[in-house]
Design a protein around this ligand. Structure first.
Ligand code: WT7
Length: 668
C-alpha cells in the first residue's frame, strides 16, 4: 500500500460537473429493471439473487442461495448443478432459437466475415469438446487459450466449460515469458492457439510464442504442456522448427472431424469455470478464480439489467478482447447466456482505415456498444469528421469500462457517437468482481458525466475512511463492497492466504472487500471512482503492476535498480514511467540504453507494459527504512513540483533526479 490517501485529493473539479442527462422516455418506459428493484434487492438480498438465478437452466436446483459461514470463502447456490456451456448455447437451440445469429464475426481483412447461429455454435462447441476429450483433457484439467479474436476463441472457452475443464485465457499481446508463467502457475495441460491473427493490416504470429513458452515452463515444477491445438487463421509459414508432431495438432484435423454430438454434464455450482490472471502489487500475477453458478447468474443479470438487453431486437457489441475479464463476462458468458446477437471484431479500430468501428456499427445496426475510455479519447483526438460519415442511428445505449471516464470524453461519446439520444453507462467493476457492480441503469438513473453513480440493485458498496467510517457526501476515501455477490472471485488460484490478505484483511472486522480503488461521494451521494490507491497502474484500461515491470527491468544485465510509477497520460489514462539506476560496469549504458530497456520490458511482459518514458538516474528516493517513495517520482513524471521530501534518507536525491528530468535526458 502506498502512502497516499485519496482523502487528501481534490474534489473541486468534480463538484463543478452539473450536466445531467435524463433517461430517454422510450428506454425508461420499457426498462428491464425499474427503480423499485433497488429497495427490493436491499431488503432481501438472497431472495433477489434467487430470483436472478431463475434466468438460468439448472439441472438441479440449489438448496441455499449463499453460504458465507466460512467467509471470505463463499459458496453460492449451494447444491445447485448446471452446465455453463448448455446455458450459453444448447438451451437457446432447444427453445427454437437455433437460427438466431449468436455471433456476427468480422475479421480485420475487409469482407472476411462469418455469422454463427446458435445451432452452429452448439455444433462447433460440441465438436471442440469432443476433440479436447480425445486429447486427454478431463474434468478439472486446466486449458490455456492464447488466441486472436476469432470465433474459435469463444468456441474454445465454451468447450472447456462444457467438459468442466477450467480455462485460462492469456491475452494474445502477452509475451512468451508472461504466457509461460501463467501456464506454470495453473499447470495447463493443453494450450489452444493459432498460427497468428490480423493486427493493423498484417498477420501477427502467435504460435512461436507458445513454442518458446513451452521451453520455459516446468523449470521448478517439472510441469509440461502435453498438447497444443492450433487454429489455422493466417496460413503463415511456421518455419522448419515451428511444428512438433509429438505435441502440436491442427484444429481442422481434430475439431472439424469430431462428432457434433456431445451431452453436457452438469457440474456443481461451485465448480471452477476459469482462472484469469491479473496484476497485483507484487511481481507475480494473481490467478483470479471464478466458479460456475454464481458467475453466470451475475454476468447474465448485469448484462440484461445494465444494458437493458432486449434479446429479440438488440445487436450488441463489446469491443474488449477475450484476453481480459470484460471479454469473458460481456462477450462470452453474459451475452450468450442471455441469447443475445452480438458482433465480434478481430482487429484494430484503424484497419484498414480509421472509421472501421463506425462502419461496423452502421453495417450491423448495432444498438448497444460497450468500449473503453482510452479508445474514446483516441477517437476524440482524430476528430468527429470520421464518425460523422456513418449512420449510427441504430445505437440506443453506450457503455464505458476499464478506467474513470473523464467528463469531456463522456460527453463526446454521448454526443458524437450516440447522437445525444443514448444514455452512457459508466460501469465500474474488476476482474475480481466478475460482473458490473456500480453503474447507472439506462432507463432509471440519470447520467452524470464522470460518475459511475451508485451500486446496481443487489450490490452494496461504500466509500470509507482508513478506519472504516462511511465518508459524508462531498468527501473521498476507499471503495469497499460491503456484501458478498454471486460472481465474486472465490480465491487466488493456489493461494488462499494471498486472497485473504489482498482483499479481506484491511477491513477484516467489518468483513468488507477492499477494492484497491479510491473514490469520492459527490454532494448527491453519487460515486466517482478515482483510480488505484495501491502499486497498480491502469494503462489503457489494462491493469499493470509497478513491481512486475520493475522486476522485468532489473532482469536486464545493465540494470541495478528500478522504480516504476504510473503517471497521468492524456491518451492512456496512465502511462508507465520508469526510473532506472544502471550497474557500475554498464557505464552510461550506451546511446540506445532507453530503447534497449523499453524493448526488454516488451519482451518480458508484452507491448502494453513498455514504458512511455525511462529516466536513467543516479539514485532513487528512499525512506530511512529503504522504501522507495513513488509519490515523489510521480511528481517528477507528471512534471509537478516535487512534494514533501522530509522523510527521505537523503533529501538531495530529488534534486539530482529533477535536474536530470529538466535536462530532458531520456524523455521521448
Ligand atoms: C480496475 C479493474 C472491469 C473490467 C476491465 C478492467 C478500474 C474499471 C472503471 C470505471 C473507474 C474503473 C478500477 C478497477 N476501473 N472500470 N468505470 N471507472 N475505474 O478490469 O483489469 O480488473 O481493473 O479498473 O481501478 O479497480 P481490471
Amino acid at each position: 500500500m502506498s502512502a497516499e490517501s485519496p482523502e487528501s485529493g481534490t474534489l473541486s473539479n468534480l463538484l463543478k460537473e452539473d450536466r445531467r442527462f435524463e433517461p430517454p422516455a422510450a428506454i425508461a418506459e420499457h426498462a428491464n429493471l425499474q427503480a423499485e428493484a433497488y429497495d427490493r434487492a436491499a431488503s432481501d438480498r438472497d431472495a433477489f439473487w434467487a430470483e436472478q438465478a431463475e434466468r438460468l437452466d439448472w439441472s438441479q436446483r440449489w438448496d441455499r442461495v449463499l453460504d458465507w459461514d466460512d467467509a471470505p470463502f463463499a459458496k453460492w447456490f449451494v447444491g445447485g448443478r448446471l452446465n455453463a456451456s448448455y446455458n450459453c448455447v444448447d438451451r437457446h437451440v432447444e427453445a427454437g432459437r437455433g437460427d438466431k445469429v449468436a455471433i456476427h464475426w468480422v475479421g480485420e481483412p475487409l469482407d472476411d466475415t462469418r455469422d454463427l447461429t446458435y445451432a452452429q455454435l452448439k455444433d462447433e462447441v460440441s465438436k471442440a469438446a469432443n476433440a479436447l476429450i480425445d486429447l486427454g483433457v478431463q474434468t478439472g484439467d486446466r486449458v490455456a487459450i492464447y488466441l486472436p479474436m476469432i470465433p474459435e476463441a469463444v468456441i474454445a472457452m465454451l468447450a472447456c466449460a462444457r467438459i468442466g475443464a477450467p480455462h485460462t485465457v492469456v491475452f494474445g499481446g502477452f509475451s512468451a515469458d508472461a504466457l509461460a508463467s501463467r501456464l506454470d502457475d495453473c499447470q495447463a495441460k493443453v494450450v489452444i492457439t493459432a498460427d497468428g491473427g490480423y493486427r493493423r493490416g498484417a498477420p501477427s504470429a502467435l504460435k512461436p510464442a507458445v513454442d518458446e513458452a513451452r521451453t520455459k515452463t516446468g523449470r521448478e515444477s517439472g510441469h509440461r504442456v502435453e498438447k497444443v491445438l492450433v487454429v489455422r487463421r493466417t496460413g503463415q509459414d511456421l518455419g522448419e522448427d515451428g511444428w512438433d508432431d509429438s505435441v502440436d495438432v491442427w484444429w481442422h484435423d481434430v475439431v472439424d472431424t469430431a462428432s457434433p454430438e456431445h451431452t453436457p454434464e452438469a457440474f456443481d455450482a461451485e465448480h471452477p469455470l476459469y482462472v484469469m490472471y491479473t496484476s497485483g502489487t507484487t511481481g507475480k500475477p494473481k490467478g483470479i478464480l471464478h466458479t460456475t453458478g454464481g458467475y453466470l447468474v451475475g454476468t447474465s443479470y448485469t448484462h440484461w439489467a445494465v444494458f437493458d438487453l432486449k434479446a429479440d431486437t438488440d445487436v450488441y457489441w463489446c469491443s474488449a478482447d477475450i484476453g481480459w475479464v470484460t471479454g469473458h463476462s460481456y462477450l462470452v458468458y453474459g451475452p450468450l447466456a442471455n441469447g443475445a446477437t452480438q458482433v465480434m471484431y478481430e482487429g484494430t479500430p484503424d484497419a484498414p482505415e480509421r472509421g472501421r468501428w463506425w462502419q461496423i456499427i452502421q453495417d450491423y445496426k448495432v444498438t448497444i456498444f460497450y468500449t473503453a475510455p482510452t479508445a474514446i479519447r483516441s477517437f476524440m483526438k482524430q476528430g468527429r469528421e470520421i464518425p460523422d460519415r456513418f449512420d449510427m442511428s441504430s445505437l440506443r445505449i453506450l457503455g464505458s469500462v476499464g478506467e474513470p471516464i473523464n467528463p469531456e470524453a463522456y460527453v463526446w461519446y454521448r454526443h458524437v457517437i450516440g447522437g445525444d439520444r443514448t444514455p452512457v453507462v459508466d460501469t465500474w467493476w474488476q476482474t475480481e468482481t466478475g460482473m458490473i457492480m456500480i453503474s447507472p441503469l439506462p432507463g432509471v438513473t440519470h447520467g452524470k458525466p464522470g460518475s459511475a453513480m451508485i451500486p446496481i440493485p443487489g450490490v452494496a458498496a461504500d466509500v470509507v475512511t482508513e478506519e472504516g467510517a462511511s465518508v459524508p457526501n462531498g468527501s473521498g476515501g476507499y471503495l469497499v463492497l460491503t456484501e458478498p455477490w454471486p460472481s465474486m472471485l472465490r480465491t487466488i488460484w493456489g493461494d488462499d492466504q494471498r486472497y485473504r490478505d489482498t482483499y479481506w484483511s484491511r477491513y477484516a472486522d467489518q468483513g468488507w472487500y477492499f477494492a484497491g480503488d479510491g473514490a469520492k461521494k459527490d454532494s448527491d451521494g453519487d460515486l466517482w471512482v478515482l483510480g488505484r490507491v495501491d502499486d497498480v497502474m491502469n494503462v489503457s484500461g489494462h491493469r499493470l503492476s509497478t513491481t512486475e515491470i520493475e522486476s522485468a527491468l532489473v532482469s536486464h544485465p545493465k540494470v541495478a535498480e528500478a522504480a516504476v510509477v504510473g503517471a497521468k497520460d492524456e491518451d492512456t489514462g496512465q502511462a508507465v514511467c520508469a526510473f532506472v539506476i544502471l550497474r557500475d560496469e554498464a557505464g552510461d549504458g550506451g546511446a540506445d540504453i532507453v530503447e534497449e530497456l523499453r524493448n526488454h520490458v516488451r519482451k518480458e511482459i508484452g507491448a502494453i507494459a513498455k514504458p512511455r518514458q525511462i529516466m536513467i538516474v543516479p539514485e532513487l528516493p528512499k525512506t530511512r527504512s529503504g522504501k522507495i517513495m513513488r509519490r515523489l517520482l510521480r511528481d517528477v513524471a507528471e512534471h509537478r513540483e516535487v512534494g514533501d521530501v522530509t522523510t527521505l534518507a537523503d533529501s538531495t536525491v530529488m534534486d539530482l533526479i529533477s535536474a536530470q528530468e529538466n535536462a530532458g535526458s531520456s524523455d521521448e
